[in-house]
Write a protein that binds this ligand. Sequence first.
Ligand code: G1P
Length: 290
Amino acid sequence: MTTPIRKAVFPVAGLGTRFLPATKVMPKEMLTVVDKPVIQHVVDEARLAGIEEFIFVTGPNKGVIEDHFKQQIHLEQVLKDSGKENELKALQASQLAPECVKFTLQETPLGLGHAVWCARELVGDEPFALLLPDVLVQSTGKTCLAQLIEVYGDTGGNVIAVEEVAAENTHQYGIVDIERSKTDNHLIRGMVEKPSQGTAPSNLIIMGRYLLQPEIFKILDAKERGAGGEIQITDAMIRLLESQPFTAVEYEGRSFDCGSKVGYQLANTSFALARNNLRDELREELRKLL
Ligand code: G1P
């Protein structure tokens, strides 16, 4: 029996400089994809996978994320009084029970590994999910995180979602080296963070969804710097791989990098096209536009 995955960590401390001036006062995680902030799409993915506790690692200027997941009693009452049932449902669906939400502050932006380390006390001694909120995933069946948890039920250990990219883009990501199996799940032999061009061991990137064992925190304690002078989660995973198995999952679905302008626009279009009430009109308008 594997220990259930109950907690998820969301590192939301990034400055979002690529989206200035939109992110001057508004955290990048609060930018809208169709009608929900990016972070809510990611939280919903986790919720659908059975996550019970949501741990946000925040930075300065991120209070609005905390507000977003709280109950807005006044707004609820206004919607109730005016009989706006659907709007009320949408509002209530965005809430998280206060006892399920935790916030911790990453005071200095020292890298993704450091952000995860900041959640160590809230996670404690149990395996946990890590979801990078820049990445949105659209799947036809189970959510990406639910797919990882299903694999974890068989394999235990650490499980990470991977996907193929063009060889010329591998230097922008963490890359896995795998023992290729006949299924979509492969044993990981090695990993490297942002390899220089032409040196990546494969085209399979670490795309932003992880299930990690708590021993990762002991490794992160050392605060070793890696690629770009940052404390990298990939480097800590490389160390953990010496003593624990890692499985790479080629999940079903499509990811969108909402940290890039084109990826963000594509996410908006693709998520809108998936809505029955928007699809036909949007398709028609896009056709005209193009
Ligand atoms: C981070 C991780 C990297 C991963 C990427 C996915 O990099 O360090 O391993 O491939 O997210 O988006 P970042 O995009 O923060 O530079």
